[in-house]
Design a binder for this molecule. Structure first.
Ligand code: 16G
Length: 241
């Protein structure tokens, strides 16, 4: 740390932070390389350690990522997820991204206590359990685990699951989501989930649990979705009552 940095350090690192945020917002595109730590340190008369800390913070916020030996790069923009009763496909299309699914599995299993309680059915009743890795422009960004009461969904849906579940439920059975109860909480990805989403183990994620009802009040889906924490921002419009 230089003498100048001792007195002006905090001001200078704030300047650097502001400079980098402007670069990220206005001048650089996703996957562009940021100036090197050394050049930023020289330009702002800061120690490499201070520059690294500023970059650490941007990395934690998911704005940049690092590749060892290559440098620091701009992350893909986050997907602003509104808390509305929309489908994954609708969310992606609204942002100009192409929705998709990978590694789809479907099985019929007893609901069990927790899912049965959420779906208002007995634990012994069957559900159709669908697991999908959801993609945006081919990139995996969300893991979805959906349970639907088998009594409402007699087929296995098959290849239809590569597309939109909500569109399929409507087209086949006239099931239309009307209302949902939802919780959102922070979590970290275990090894398998992280591998499926192609991020390092223990990366942060949002866990969204949702029970969806149709207009007749029937619970039609209990879903657990894991969204990559580096690619999502939850967005709410809130009203004063
Ligand atoms: C959303 C729902 C999920 C539903 C999916 C249908 C949340 C937390 N989850 O991701 O429950 O299965 O949309 O999307 O919002 P699709 O019609 O594109 O398959």
């Amino acid at each position: 740390m230089t003498d100048g940095e001792v007195t002006r350090g905090p001001v200078k690192s704030t300047e650097l932070r502001r400079h980098l945020r402007t670069l990220l917002r206005e001048r650089l595109a996703p996957h562009d390389r940021l100036p090197t730590e050394r050049s930023l340190a020289e330009e702002f008369s800061l120690s490499r350690l201070t520059v690294r800390r500023v970059l650490d913070q941007l990395e934690l916020e998911g704005q940049v990522y690092r590749v060892q030996g290559s440098g620091t790069f701009v992350s893909e923009p986050r997907i602003a997820k509104s808390v509305e009763l929309t489908s994954f496909s609708e969310d992606m299309r609204a942002r100009g991204l192409t929705p998709g699914s990978l590694a789809v599995t479907a099985e019929r299993v007893p609901a069990g206590a927790e899912i049965g309680y959420a779906l208002r059915i007995s634990p012994a009743e069957e559900v159709l359990r669908l697991r999908r890795v959801r993609t945006a422009d081919g990139e995996p960004i969300c893991l979805e685990d959906s349970c639907l009461p088998a009594a409402l969904v007699p087929d296995d849906l098959g290849e239809a699951l590569d597309g939109s579940l909500y569109e399929e439920l409507n087209a086949r059975y006239g099931l239309v989501p009307h209302r949902a109860e939802q919780t959102i909480r922070a979590t970290v990805l275990d090894q398998d989930s992280a591998r499926a989403l192609r991020v390092p183990p223990f990366s942060p994620a949002f866990l969204v649990q949702r029970t969806t009802f149709d207009a007749r009040g029937r619970a039609i889906e209990r879903a657990e979705s894991l969204y990559r924490g580096d690619r999502y921002t939850y967005q709410l419009t809130i009203y004063r009552t």
